[in-house]
Design a protein around this ligand. Structure first.
Ligand code: ADP
Ligand code: MG
Length: 291
């Protein structure tokens, strides 16, 4: 079987004003069709860099990525991305319905777009919010809209970068279960980046554990839990507890030097993330201006 996604010997070095920065190093893994793979690693280790190379926003300095056996060069058509920061990923001047329709504007006619968006919004439990604007919704609802937008596109591969990191715990659980439901019902192939060990085990068919910066794969673990999961019983089960312990050990959690290093990396990563968001905002504004 050819893998849906094949990442081979992927490396990337950023060239910044203050010198070269090696973000990822020799990353190799595959994701099969219909699989949900979680990538877990400390803040600043290179997780977002990995996703940026897969979605074609960053050209890796070494190695390659194939989607359905085709080398990725540029932004692939058949993937969708959900970013961490919902508050900046929706267009405030468009209604919920229009936000979800937006990526379909070139591929589908108006009627089909309408129907596809309505279906996705129904799936995420937002059928009643179609006419609202993003700023009229809570954070959790906005992230649901981002997810609906990605699902309406019906991508071969769904990439998610810490998608639930900025919502409250209750909403986070709901969104995790929503993702599992969609994956089950639509057999979507998903790659989720997270720094939350428990979340990686709860969601994943597999968990890829990354090293500190520059990131490489330290372990590729199969999650031997039933397909249908439950926030309480699954998290209490022996298999879950054993696996989360294994991931935590691999990540060296609790070691003071590891923690200091993580905090320092996170501060730098946050700076770059802000620069990236500014670039995205500009791109969105331009897109709006030309449409
Ligand atoms: P993560 O998503 O795991 O927190 P990132 O992929 O955002 O990590 O960043 C990995 C490393 O690369 C960090 O040390 C970060 O500071 C650095 N980095 C990220 N983007 C850039 C950039 N555009 N230029 C230079 N360094 C960058
Ligand atoms: Mg990141």
């Amino acid at each position: 079987m050819t893998a849906m996604l094949d990442v081979a010997g992927l490396g990337h070095t950023y060239q910044a004003k203050d010198g070269a920065h090696r973000a990822i190093d020799g990353l190799t893994f595959t994701v099969g069709a219909g699989e949900l793979v979680c990538v877990v690693g400390p803040s600043g280790c290179g997780k977002s860099t990995l996703l940026r190379t897969i979605c074609g926003l960053v050209k890796p300095t070494e190695g390659g990525i194939s989607l359905h056996g085709n080398k990725i060069d540029g932004v692939p058509e058949d993937l969708a991305v959900v970013f961490q920061d919902y508050s900046r990923s929706l267009f405030p001047w468009l209604s919920v319905q229009r936000n979800v329709e937006f990526p379909l504007r070139r591929s589908l006619g108006r009627k089909q777009r309408r129907a596809r968006a309505a279906e996705a919004l129904e799936l995420v439990g937002l059928a009643k919010a179609v006419g609202k604007y993003p700023w009229q919704l809570s954070g959790g609802m906005q992230q649901r809209v981002s997810i609906a937008r990605a699902l309406a596109y019906q991508p071969a591969l769904l990439l998610m970068d810490e998608p639930f990191a900025s919502v409250d715990a209750q909403t986070r659980f709901e969104l995790e279960d929503l993702l599992l439901k969609v994956k089950r019902e639509q057999n979507t192939t998903v790659l989720v980046v997270t720094h939350d060990i428990d979340e990686s085990v709860y969601l994943g068919d597999r968990v890829l554990v990354l090293s500190n910066s520059p990131a490489s794969v330290v372990a590729d673990l199969r999650v031997d839990l039933p397909g249908v999961r439950d926030q309480i019983t699954t998290r209490e089960s022996d298999a879950f507890v054993t696996l989360r312990g294994e991931v935590a050990r691999l990540l060296n959690v609790g070691r003071p030097t590891a923690q200091r290093k993580v905090a320092a990396e996170a501060a730098v990563a946050a700076k770059w993330a802000e620069a990236e968001r500014a670039a995205l905002r500009e791109a969105h504004a331009e897109d709006h201006a030309t449409n």
